[in-house]
Ligand binder design. Structure first.
Ligand SMILES: NC(=O)c1ccc[n+]([C@@H]2O[C@H](COP(=O)([O-])OP(=O)(O)OC[C@H]3O[C@@H](n4cnc5c(N)ncnc54)[C@H](O)[C@@H]3O)[C@@H](O)[C@H]2O)c1
Length: 429
């Protein structure tokens, strides 16, 4: 090995590149750049009768696709972060399921709902988990519940021992179609929605529509709103299914012949959006439909649920698109009809009459999306374009028009506000 730069250094660099196989290192002057070539895959499995599964019928049910976690389907203890209500309703059946696979649950119950998405819950779970001294390769966490418990649980998993894989079992329709299969997790803090979190999808999601049978119809509508968002942004075929069968899907609480197809299509849309954009290098995201005023409003009135805010937000954007003549009047009216009448979702809320709320929503969304609003507005069902130039006064005009249209559609379409959540109040007059 020579000592001159062309010899010794060149040899050293060559050795280094050889040592770090799969992670090439390049040196250019004073910059030494490492490029990770790892691929990340995560899997969502639609299981018709999850609670009735056995190793004979579904032998690889809890196997994780990532070879690093090949030992994760071995029998043994597992920490189960679970929605308290879900544990009450399904705890025995889940314990029996896991027992079939040699798994013993260590229950870590969390109250469902937005308030549990907090650093306080994170702290409690983190303390419990550290004491359990689980193995981070062979003992993935189980996360069972709706989007709230799943979001805080997935944040804990993503940070426990720097990363611990998770098997997520979403139990609300909203979590099956969106929160539970998405890449993002997080907790709210200081009045800011998802103030802390990471982009780490659960390694495996086991979705089973049977859990929806115990949800209220209002909760089903709440989940259908996220599916409607995916349909309006990306798929007229999925939208037609909602328009034709939405009322029956709601009434039967997704125990309906087309329910599986509806959920499958929604999951495919979401994963297609995420697979090339997990950490959001691309800030024009069709799944941001329905998420313009939502993050601002939902912590101000917790009596309106996440999917309901998404519906109100979508409706406001439909009227914006109508007033910009991007959408035909009959298409806009049809969309509002399906959201408000078929899916029984709210379409307007008094917070939309508050200029400060609209201004905050525009500002917060613009900051979140790299300095541009990037608002997806429909130009047809399943088609959108992105706009940066929506002003507060334009939003105010659309809101006033929507108020009348929602009122014509009936009782649930226009909501009264619930009590504001003081902890999240950021100063709206
Ligand atoms: N991470 C993401 O990308 C993402 C995407 C969309 C939504 N979210 C988040 O998801 C959260 C909302 O999730 P959610 O709507 O599932 O609410 P949730 O998790 O708060 O659950 C709502 C209620 O349903 C109950 N519940 C859960 N499963 C049930 C079942 N099978 N039967 C009867 N009751 C049941 C819970 O106990 C709770 O009271 C919000 O915080 C939202 O921000 C996250």
């Amino acid at each position: 090995m020579g000592l001159c730069p062309g010899g010794w250094l060149a040899d050293a660099r060559h050795d280094l590149e050889r040592q770090v196989r799969g992670m090439p290192v390049t040196t250019d002057g004073d910059r030494i750049t490492a490029t990770a070539h790892e691929t990340l895959s995560w899997q969502v499995r639609l299981v018709d009768d999850l609670l009735g599964a056995t190793p004979a019928t579904l032998p690889d049910l809890f196997a994780l696709a990532d070879p690093i976690y090949a030992a994760a389907s071995q029998p043994g203890q597992r920490a189960v972060i679970i929605d308290r209500l879900v544990q009450k309703t399904y705890g025995n059946a889940l314990a029996a399921l896991w027992s079939n696979y040699g798994i013993q649950p260590i229950w870590l119950p969390v109250r469902g709902g937005e308030r549990s998405k907090s650093l306080t819950t994170y702290n409690r779970l983190a303390t419990q988990l550290v004491k359990l001294r689980l193995d981070r390769r062979s003992q993935p966490l189980f996360l069972v519940g709706g989007g709230s418990v799943g979001d805080v649980g997935a944040f804990v998993a993503a940070t426990l021992g720097r990363y611990t894989p998770a098997v997520r079992i979403p139990t609300t329709l909203l979590a099956m179609a969106d929160a539970g299969i998405a890449a993002k997790n997080g907790v709210n803090h200081a009045g800011k929605k998802n103030a802390f979190g990471t982009y780490d999808p659960a390694s495996l999601v086991l979705a089973c529509l049977a859990f929806c049978a115990s949800e209220s119809k209002r909760r089903i509508s709440n989940g259908l709103a996220e599916i409607a968002k995916a349909a309006l942004m990306e798929s007229s075929a999925l939208w037609s299914l909602l328009a034709d069968h939405g009322a029956a899907l709601r009434k039967t609480r997704m125990q309906h012949p087309v329910a599986r197809d509806v959920l499958l299509r929604a999951i495919q849309i979401m994963l297609a959006e995420l697979s090339d954009n997990r950490r959001e290098p691309r800030l024009t995201r069709s799944m941001d439909g329905g998420h313009w005023i939502t993050p601002t409003c939902e912590l101000l009135d917790l009596s309106v649920w996440h999917g309901e805010w998404v519906a109100i937000d979508l409706a406001l954007c439909v009227v914006l698109a109508l007033r910009r003549t991007l959408l035909d009047a009959d298409v806009a009216q049809h969309i509002l009809d399906v959201l408000g009448r078929t899916l029984r979702l709210p379409l307007w809320h008094p917070l939309l009459a508050d200029d400060d709320v609209l201004a905050h929503a525009c500002d917060a969304t613009t900051r979140h999306r790299g300095g541009r609003l990037r608002l997806p507005l429909l130009v047809g069902v399943g088609e959108k374009s992105f706009y940066d130039d929506v002003t507060v006064s334009e939003a105010r005009g659309a809101s006033a028009a929507l108020r009348h249209m929602a009122a014509r559609l009936g009782a649930r379409a226009a909501l009264r506000p619930g009590p504001l959540w003081a902890g999240a109040y950021w100063g709206v007059a």
